[in-house]
Design a protein around this ligand. Structure first.
Ligand code: CA
Length: 220
């Protein structure tokens, strides 16, 4: 899962980047509205944290432009404390959720997990596929109840596939959703991660759909 943080306050932006990376997300940061609008228009984010008070282009305008252009990714807006009118304007502009500053990082993480699950059509915090279960709250993956030890990149690949279980996910989509923008991407490494995951998962769990990508085999 890949996130965009649009926040101009350097300390908060750094805290967000650190907390979200620790939670297993690939993270891009924009410190002004113009860059945020550009990145959100070009890159396939799984969710966006959007401060409304941004330089160059305010957050509300950024959000309105995305929605007018048909960009549907979940957006959580950060508003000033007690500014109820900002929340109303934000939701009217197409925000999916909001948090007033200052907020607890745990609450932001929980709200983002819920937004990402809902966007993938899942309401439960646990996503199961056969014997494999991803607990989106803890970031733990178990197979038949036993915890699986995964590297950060392996986790991102598996988490994305679990959120899209039953769908064919192309290698390029995986690449776009597991790396931050400044990362030196190489789609061949996706095959390496998938090969490593396969050694840790039940046989046949990750299917290769020739010429199209990967799909999780989930018996109902
Ligand atoms: Ca701000």
């Amino acid at each position: 899962m890949r996130l965009l943080i649009a926040e101009d306050e350097p300390t908060l932006a750094a805290q967000l980047r650190e907390a979200l990376a620790a939670a297993g997300y690939a993270v891009d940061v924009a410190d002004n509205g113009r860059d945020a609008h550009f990145l959100g228009s070009e890159e396939p984010y799984d969710a966006v944290v959007l401060d409304l008070g941004l330089p160059l282009l305010d957050g509300l305008s950024v959000l309105r432009r995305w929605r007018a252009d048909g960009r549907t990714m979940p957006v959580l807006i950060l508003t000033a404390r007690d500014a109820w009118h900002e929340k109303v304007a934000g939701i009217d502009a197409g925000a999916d959720d909001y948090l007033a500053k200052p907020f607890h990082m745990e609450e932001l993480l929980a709200r983002l997990r819920a937004l990402i699950r809902r966007a993938a059509g899942r309401s439960s915090a646990e996503i199961a596929c056969g014997p494999v279960v991803l607990d989106t709250r803890s970031g733990r993956v178990t197979v038949d109840g036993k915890a699986l030890s995964l590297t950060a990149h392996e986790f991102r690949v598996l988490s994305y596939l679990m959120h899209r279980r039953g769908e064919i996910v192309s290698r390029s989509a995986l690449t776009e959703h597991i790396y931050a923008q400044d990362f030196d991407r190489d789609s061949n490494t996706i095959e390496v991660f998938v090969a490593r995951l396969r050694r840790k998962l039940p046989p046949g769990f990750i299917e290769t759909v020739r010429g199209l990508g990967y799909r999780l085999a989930c018996p109902e």
